[in-house]
Design a protein around this ligand. Structure first.
Ligand SMILES: [Zn+2]
Length: 714
């Protein structure tokens, strides 16, 4: 084992009481497989510790540990990220309950002796639990729940089957998932469960609705909706997170119990004692009427966490190329890219940009008559040390392909009328028709990607439309072409596809995903880089938003290098200085403008004195180690044992005098004693700073407009 692995694990921020519990499990993982050699994008084995006396089973990887409480119905009672902050992302265990016709709550948590089994399946672990739903007095009811927990890489797939007596059982509420989340997971998004029938537009993208729920913030309202959301993502922004989402068969949640949509309830509210976010997701909910269950019913859902590696992310310097009327990127240009610092490029040519008909029609191969030009770009990039990918749309197939002509209707994503949706680039020039992965499209897409990777010197893939979408094609539900679909999305298939992708490109391959408005940890975990914020948020016209108003997906949980799309965010006619502020706000969030703008490169020298960025832990503008007197100024921290760098930026055009106070105990690696502080100038000079002043009443610093500065402390 490399010593670095141990030190990283020891630097996790567990509370003393929980530390011993998980440390042993995580250290044993580290020792058994030396997984520190591999990045978190590559699936690795779990270590499983079954402590019968304590009544718990712990499943751990280097990056997270999950515990099931065998004295409380076998429920998941702990989720801890090795490099996260909260000792447990769950303040209360996950609970399964029903409320019977008389209003009596029957819960799995009250079964103190559930039947539990465990087995391994390849790298995955499978835990099964059977328990009785039990009342407050400890009497088991006639309803039993059989659960299967399939532990995969970064996520757990959970199957819950309710078994009811032959005589039937009447319920007012049925809730397969309820819990109390850590209050720090206060920023969240949910993708609505409503369909066309309920007023959603046909072919809706279903972007997350973004909300916050913080104690002491009256503007943050609790959530209560009658449709089960398709997914919910919670984050302590830039720090960690947890998500819940449903499997592909949406009818389980929408129609199974009553045959009518909108009969459930998803509720999220503040809990005061203990502090937490009370979440319950019930496909059936009523305060006064009951539904008779005669058959059992099953629900499939997932829990996922971001795989945090516990270090700051390198700025991601990326650009793209296309055929450009046959004027392929020259070898000289690629050498200049490399000198400038570009790490990755991808071929992006999904539309007829030049009106010459020569573009990469989605799903076609070969796309160009001059594939040698494409290969030369890739070879020159490889020679220059730049990694390459090529564009694939996970959802689009061009109508000119023989596969579309043969299978378009069979594979297509349909609205309730059975129409396909064609996406257009300009006028009649088409990107492609939308497909659904819950069909033969999945295998064809894999084949299509494999064919390109086989034939060209690529490091990997760039995925557009990396998102599960609602679909009403009855063929994807095993029904006749003229039958009425009950509604599904292609979540299970998208996960399968991402796992396949990582295997296909290998542990050192390149995976870039684009997921504007619909980021998901479970999918991003298999990617090296994520592209965000192309659309869906307010455009910047003459002023950059305050840091607190940036979208959650700007940095999400900080687990992956992210590129934030400036051309999607800044109005084309906006003053150029907004690109500078965009780059400054990216710097303070630990992300990079995408594709890398001139302003990105202007700011890069600020990070040069740090050397290898991955030696540090990063804390974004929300850090508590630095306080500033002006809300239009921000800070970010790169911290390692014995040393830290503080970035300060002024997001306004005017120069400012700002008071800056340092709290070295709040650094990611706290400093007990600060002995020296210096300000670094772009010219490489240093200027000593008064440490006592900085930690006392604060330094008065003059910051030029739209400017950033770096300070080093030891
Ligand atoms: Zn479908």
């Amino acid at each position: 084992m490399k010593p670095a692995i141990v030190s990283r694990i020891l630097h996790t921020r567990f509370t003393v009481s929980t530390k011993s519990l998980f440390l042993a499990a995580m250290l044993s993982v580290a020792m058994s497989m030396q997984a520190g050699e591999k990045s978190s994008t590559w699936p690795q084995a779990y270590s499983v510790k079954w402590d019968k006396a304590a009544g718990r089973i712990t499943l751990a990887t280097l990056f997270y540990a999950i515990e099931q409480d065998l004295k409380k119905g076998g429920a998941i009672s702990r989720i801890t990220l090795t490099h996260g902050k909260a000792a447990n992302l769950l303040v209360g265990p996950t609970e399964t309950y029903v409320c019977d016709e008389n209003g009596k709550v029957l819960s799995d948590l009250r079964d103190t002796a559930p039947q539990v089994t465990h087995r391994r399946a390849g790298l995955n672990e499978i835990v099964t639990v059977e328990c009785a739903l039990t009342d407050e007095q400890g009497h088991a009811s006639a309803v039993r729940v059989k659960s299967t927990f399939e532990y995969r890489w970064g996520y757990v797939k959970i199957h819950k089957e309710f078994l009811v007596p032959a005589s039937g059982f009447r319920v007012r509420e049925m809730c397969p998932f309820s819990t109390l989340l850590a209050p720090s997971l206060s920023h969240y998004g949910y993708r609505e469960g409503a369909t066309e029938e309920d007023g959603a537009p046909p072919f809706s993208f279903g972007s997350n609705r973004w909300r916050k729920l913080r104690a002491g913030e009256p503007a943050d309202q609790p959530l209560q909706i009658r449709f089960v959301p398709r997914s919910m993502i919670f984050a302590d922004p830039g720090v960690e997170g947890l998500e819940w989402f449903v499997s592909s068969d949406l009818s389980q949640w929408d129609l199974q119990l009553t045959g009518r949509r909108g009969q459930g309830r998803c509720a999220l509210g503040l809990n005061h004692e203990p502090p937490g976010l009370a979440l319950s997701i019930a496909p059936l909910w009523s305060t006064n009427t009951f539904t008779g269950l005669t058959n059992g019913c099953a629900f499939d859902y997932y829990l996922a966490v971001p795989l945090l590696e516990g270090h700051a992310q390198q700025p991601w310097l990326h650009t793209s190329f296309n055929r450009n009327k046959g004027n392929w990127v020259s070898a000289e240009e690629i050498r200049r890219w490399a000198e400038k610092g570009y790490q990755t490029v991808h071929c992006h040519n999904d539309g007829d940009y030049y009106d010459d008909g020569l573009f990469w029609r989605d799903g076609s191969y070969p796309p160009y008559p001059d594939m040698d030009g494409y290969d030369n770009v890739l070879k020159n990039c490889r020679q220059a040390g730049i990694r390459t990918a090529t564009y694939f749309s996970n959802k689009e197939l061009h109508p000119s392909t023989k596969e579309f002509q043969a299978n378009g209707l069979a594979w297509g994503r349909m609205n309730s009328k059975g129409d396909l949706q064609h996406n257009f680039f300009r006028g009649k020039s088409e990107f492609g028709a939308q497909m659904c992965l819950r069909s033969g499209w999945l295998e064809f897409l894999k084949h299509s990607i494999d064919r390109v990777l086989q034939n060209h010197p690529l490091d990997g893939v760039y995925y557009d439309w990396n998102v599960a979408l609602f679909c009403c094609n009855p063929r994807h539900e095993g029904k006749a072409t003229n039958a009425v679909a009950r509604g599904h999305w292609d979540m299970d298939e998208l996960l399968d596809f991402m796992e396949w992708t990582r295997q296909r490109v290998g542990p050192k391959g390149l995976v870039i995903v684009h997921n504007t408005t619909t980021p998901m940890f479970a999918l991003e975990n298999f990617a090296d880089y994520v592209v965000a914020t192309e659309w869906g948020y307010g455009k910047w016209t003459n002023r950059a938003p305050d840091l607190r108003d940036l979208p959650l997906e700007w940095s999400l949980a900080g687990a992956r290098s992210r590129g934030v799309i400036s051309y999607g965010t800044i109005e084309s006619k906006a003053p150029r200085r907004l690109h500078r502020v965009f780059a400054l706000e990216a710097l303070l969030g630990g992300v990079t403008p995408w594709t890398a703008s001139p302003e990105t490169f202007d700011l890069l020298p600020l990070l040069k004195p740090l050397g290898n960025i991955e030696q540090y832990r990063f804390a974004d503008w929300r850090n508590e180690a630095v306080t500033l007197s002006d809300s239009r100024c921000g800070s970010a921290i790169y911290s390692r044992p014995g040393e830290a760098y503080v970035l300060l930026a002024n997001l306004d055009q005017e120069a400012k005098e700002v008071t800056c106070v340092l709290h070295p105990d709040k650094l990611p690696h706290p400093l007990n004693r600060v002995t020296a502080a210096t300000k670094l100038t772009p010219a490489g000079d240093t200027m000593d700073l008064d440490v006592r002043q900085w930690m006392g009443n604060g330094l008065k610093l003059n910051l030029r407009g739209d400017e950033a500065t770096v300070m080093r402390i030891r």
